[in-house]
Unconditional design. Structure first.
Length: 255
């Protein structure tokens, strides 16, 4: 009993010392790194992206009451304060992808944190003019909690979703040349908020995400072949011989 008590006291002492060290380090960092400028619009759950010129964009998200934001806060590399610009629609948990010309495709989303109803609208935000234009036609499926990646071809592969059940297993492809969406191949495993990684050969890897309605977390890894218009399972788990890993990408995590 005495040995256990001594061990417990030692652990608590180590925790206290570590906490003190963290506070000291935090104070030191705070004294060296000053706070940055405040955004015009308070928001959470937004996409945070930086372009090649160093400009920072906080896109969509939701406010303190859970309502989706139809705006973009922009911090130019040459400025010390944010400017606010309008979107055509609130973009909460929408898919976001940087196109080859530097503009941003914003697809789907939801009006509030309830995530219903999912949207099938999409727009392209031009970071130079700070204006947004609608796509020629709506998306194939209304979706929220979707993710997207720009392929080597310049097209955008949009995967996953919730709200509209079909969006969880039916991806779609956006073609900037025609400004339209097209039906993609069915996923092997339905999922929302997956990670989509473009490959240099024009394909894309899909992994992780969450299941709908409390089902088992998707662990398989799939690959999209745009030439064959086919999804194929690469492996059953993220790491060979290991299960239980969860990987997901959602607005607010940034990239």
């Amino acid at each position: 009993m005495f040995k256990r008590l001594t061990a417990l006291l030692l652990v608590l002492s180590c925790v206290a010392a570590l906490a003190a060290l963290c506070r000291t380090a935090g104070d030191a960092v705070a004294s060296v790194i000053p706070p940055g400028p405040s955004m015009i619009t308070p928001r959470a759950g937004h996409w945070l992206v930086r372009d090649a010129g160093g400009d920072l964009f906080a896109i969509g998200g939701y406010n303190a009451t859970g309502v989706g934001q139809a705006s973009v806060d922009v911090l130019a590399a040459s400025d010390s304060s944010f400017d606010d610009y309008s979107l055509l629609d609130a973009r909460l948990f929408s898919a976001c992808a940087r196109l080859a010309d530097g503009s941003y495709l914003l697809a789907g989303g939801a009006p509030t944190l309830s995530m219903n109803p999912a949207k099938d609208t999409a727009e392209v935000f031009n970071p130079t003019t700070k204006t947004s234009a609608p796509t020629t036609f709506p998306m194939v499926h209304a979706r929220t909690n979707a993710t997207a990646a720009t392929l080597a071809s310049g097209k955008v592969f949009i995967v996953g979703g919730s709200g509209d059940v079909s969006s969880s297993y039916l991806p779609e492809v956006y073609n900037p040349a025609t400004n339209q969406f097209y039906v993609g191949p069915s996923l092997v495993t339905p999922r929302s908020a997956p990670i989509v990684l473009p490959a240099s050969d024009g394909r894309a890897v899909v992994l992780g995400g969450f299941s709908l309605f409390g089902g088992p977390t998707p662990e398989s890894v799939e690959i999209y072949d745009p030439v064959a218009n086919l999804m194929t399972k690469l492996r059953d788990t993220l790491f060979p011989g290991e299960s239980g890993w969860i990987a997901a990408l959602a607005p607010g995590l940034g990239w």
